[in-house]
Design a protein. Structure first.
Length: 284
């Protein structure tokens, strides 16, 4: 049986993630006391007609002792044969403050003595043991609801026995490195098409930019080196029963070099039979 625990900071999108999983056929329960998690899993596992995919939402209102012992809970479930994984959603403090201000919702940890900022800081600290065990961490600071739904579908919406999926993600260092990447490759060492007037308004998806970068020996070598590294180490991830890995390719603005290399690497690995996804962070 597959069991996904969805946790994270209030306002980061936990409810959205659970709704996506429900649409994908998971039986979802939000705010389940962690003390009941074992009983729920055992009950579902013992009933022939019970759902074989469960998703459970857990937040900072759970017992502090249970949260501190979260890694032991997960280890015990896995030892009993459950495919247990954890999805953790987070966002920057300023983003969470803005979201609560816009929605006018009350943070679950606020009271007469605690400000909203205090509550966010307390919650982040309380949930650290769960975040430390997370199989997937999604930072939703720069993600709207529709994008979050798509990211959850891409990361854990597929079949539990699916082959390793590689998500190639382009981004611009000037906007910050995405938090949910497993590997980051900095390609700012390559000549920048931004400084060529004819290429500046285009992107790495356009033929002129692609032809220019493909003609550069250093670009060819860097693509081959990144591909070689991944070809060497992807089997190690598969050996750990991972079903997903995110590879970030970053340049200055995230529009030319990183986009081109993401497209080139995706073609290369698709041709080798890999399950590939692409995301261009700065072209959305």
């Amino acid at each position: 049986m597959e069991l996904i625990i969805v946790s994270g900071l209030s306002g980061a999108g936990k409810s959205v993630a659970l709704r996506v999983l429900e649409d994908q056929g998971y039986f979802c329960i939000d705010n389940l006391p962690m003390a009941l998690l074992d009983s729920l899993a055992d009950h579902a596992n013992s009933k022939p007609a019970a759902p074989n995919k469960l998703a459970v939402g857990i937040d900072a209102r759970a017992s502090r002792d249970d949260i501190q012992g979260y890694s032991d809970h997960i280890a015990a479930l896995r030892a009993r044969g459950f495919r247990a994984s954890t999805l953790f959603l987070e966002a920057d403090d300023e983003v969470l403050l803005r979201r609560f201000s816009e929605t006018r919702r009350k943070h679950p940890l606020t009271d007469s003595d605690a400000t909203l900022r205090d509550a966010i800081e307390t919650e982040r600290r309380l949930l650290d043991p769960i975040a430390d065990c997370a199989d997937i961490i999604l930072d939703t600071s720069r993600t709207n609801v529709h994008e979050l739904r798509e990211r959850v579908r891409h990361r854990i919406g597929g079949a539990p026995d699916a082959p390793l999926t590689v998500l190639f993600m382009s981004f611009g260092f000037k906007y910050g490195v995405p938090d949910d990447v497993d590997y980051v490759f900095d390609v700012r060492c390559l000549p920048n098409p931004h400084w060529k007037p004819a290429l500046k308004p285009q992107t790495g998806q356009d033929a002129d930019v692609a032809e220019y970068l493909a003609s550069l020996p250093e670009c060819q070598a860097l693509e081959a080196d990144i591909a070689g590294f991944l070809e060497r180490w992807l089997p190690a991830f598969e050996g750990q029963d991972r079903t997903y890995i995110t590879v970030g390719i970053g340049c200055t603005g995230g529009r030319h070099r990183s986009v081109y290399l993401v497209e080139a690497l995706a073609r290369r690995f698709r041709a080798a039979g890999r399950a590939i996804q692409i995301r261009h962070s700065e072209l959305a």
